[in-house]
Every structure is written in C-alpha cells, then in structure tokens.
Ligand binder design. Structure first.
Ligand SMILES: Nc1ncnc2c1ncn2[C@@H]1O[C@H](COP(=O)(O)OP(=O)(O)O)[C@@H](O)[C@H]1O
Ligand SMILES: [Mg+2]
Length: 271
C-alpha cells in the first residue's frame, strides 16, 4: 500500500517573504532526492509558483534530458457570493486536488500572503507548516504584537491565532498535528544590533507561540534571477551554468534547510 502523502504548506500573512521561492526549492530538492512530489498553488491569482513551474517546463523542453518537475495543480478561490457556500466549495476543490495528487510521497502547497477560506483550508491539512519571515520587525508583527518601547510580547497576532485554530481543527479531524516552522529568509540585510534583537525575540516567541525556528536563505541575487528560467540552485550544474561562491553557499543553505525541517523518509545528510 502506498503511504499517504506528507503535506508541506508554505504560509504567512504577508507577501514577498519568500513562500514561493522556498516552495520551489523544497519541491526540487525532494524530486532530486528521488521522491515523487505533487504541488498545489492556492495563490493561483498571483500564480508565482505556477509560473515558476511553467518557466521550468519551457526551459526543460529545450534540454536533451528533461528536468524533474512536480505534478502541479493551480487552485483559484471560490467566487460564490454566499460565504458558507464559498468555504464549502474551496474545501471541496482542495480535497479533490489532494486526491488527484495522492500517489505522490510529498505534496507542497504554496499559499497567498493574505487570509482567505482557501488558505485556511490549506493550513489545516499541513503536516509541516513553514512560515518564512524576513529580518525585520514588520515581519515579526505577523507573529506577535510587540510593545514598541520595550519590545515586550503583548499578544499573538491574528496569523498565530489562525494557525492555532487550524491546529485544533486538524486534531479534531484526524488526531493529526501540525509542525510549525518559522524560517528566517533573506538574512543579513539589517544591522548587527537589530539582528541580535530579532534573534532574542524570535527565540522567546518560539517557546511561547509553539514553532520551531530555523535559518533559511541569505539575501542572494541568484534567488531572484532563477525565476524566469524556472531553475533552482540545484539545477545549475546540470544546466551548465557557471557556479559562483554565492551559488555554492546558496546550495548549502538549501541542504541545511531540508535537513532542519526534518521530513519523513528524508535521510539525514552527513553533516
Ligand atoms: N533569499 C532571497 N534572496 C534574494 N531574493 C529573494 C530571496 N527570497 C526571495 N527573494 C525574492 O523576493 C521576492 C518575493 O519572493 P516570493 O518567493 O515571491 O515571496 P512570497 O511568495 O512570500 O510573496 C521575489 O522577487 C524573490 O525572487
Ligand atoms: Mg508567493
């Protein structure tokens, strides 16, 4: 019997923090490890992940050996004018997409940077939820309200509360749990003092709000450049792209990330 796919969701309530970039890199990492991977773009209106994958198909079409790619489904939110009906339709569409991708070992879902019934439904099916944040207090605000002068934690934000709610829903539905990971993306764009403050606050938060905190990618031009060709840092050699030191570091960051998120069946890489 085939195993139920393990579901990874990329989510937060802010655009531009790296959800689609991290989605693409996690998908291609898993494919290159030999796993079958399905993907769903719940942010199909913006469609960054869908376009990233389309670009990859086009690039791959010109190669002698095609590049690995996920079985992909873009999902648009329901247009039903009655909210309850829209919620039902969204849930139904998501279930259908998951069923269609059920022969894959992993399914990755990329979500929009704003709250919606479809995004909530996607959060509730996560086995692992990954929330990328940038190194700024604006992004921290997505997790928690801070007192501006002392930076004391006032209360969890609406997003953190939404995640708790989906964790509850998940436990009721199938006794499952959601492992929540907050990932710092585009590191090093701020001063050392700010960075230390961020580090201290995120660590305190991780205990209080209940997430695991891991380092993501540094701020690197390569992540912006790869979108148009549909490539990731793992494809550069195969596509005979020149490798710079920054590319090698980016690859290492991705390896570390995959190791830190601790997915089932993914063997610990040698340190
Ligand atoms: N580590 C990084 N270094 C440099 N640019 C990045 C990095 N991560 C993401 N970006 C760029 O930031 C922009 C937003 O990223 P994206 O993945 O689309 O975010 P989201 O899906 O959260 O809206 C894109 O132009 C992307 O190329
Ligand atoms: Mg996106």
């Amino acid at each position: 019997m085939t195993k139920k796919p393990y579901i990874i969701v990329l989510g937060n309530e802010k655009g531009g923090t790296g959800k689609s970039t991290v989605s693409m890199h996690v998908i291609i990492s898993l494919l290159r490890m030999g796993f079958s991977v399905g993907s769903i773009d719940v942010d199909a209106r913006q469609g960054t992940l869908s376009r990233y994958l389309d670009n990859r198909k086009e690039y791959s079409g010109k190669m002698a050996n095609p590049l690995p790619i996920s079985e992909h489904i873009p999902l648009l939110p329901s247009q039903h004018p009655i909210r309850e009906e829209a919620v039902k339709e969204d849930q139904g569409n998501l279930e259908k997409a998951l069923a269609q991708l059920s022969s894959n070992r992993f399914i990755l879902i990329d979500t929009p940077g704003s709250d919606s019934p479809l995004s909530r439904a996607a959060h509730s099916v996560a086995d692992t939820l990954i929330t990328p944040i940038n190194d700024s207090f604006i992004d921290l605000d997505m997790l928690v309200r801070l007192k501006s002068d002392t930076l004391d934690i006032l209360r969890p934000s609406t997003y953190a509360e939404m995640v708790w709610e989906q964790k509850k829903q998940r436990a009721i539905r199938d006794q499952g749990s959601i492992e929540w990971i907050v990932l710092r993306n585009r590191l090093s764009s701020i001063s050392a003092r700010n960075k230390q403050q961020m580090e201290d606050i995120v660590k305190a938060l991780s205990k209080r709000i209940g997430f695991r905190y891991v380092a993501g990618f540094g701020e690197r031009v390569i992540f912006r450049e790869l979108f148009l060709s549909g490539l990731t840092v793992l494809d550069l050699e195969e596509c005979k792209m020149p490798m710079t030191l920054s590319h090698v570091s980016a690859k290492q960051e991705l390896r570390n990330l995959i190791q830190m998120i601790q997915l089932p069946d993914v063997e610990r890489l040698a340190a």
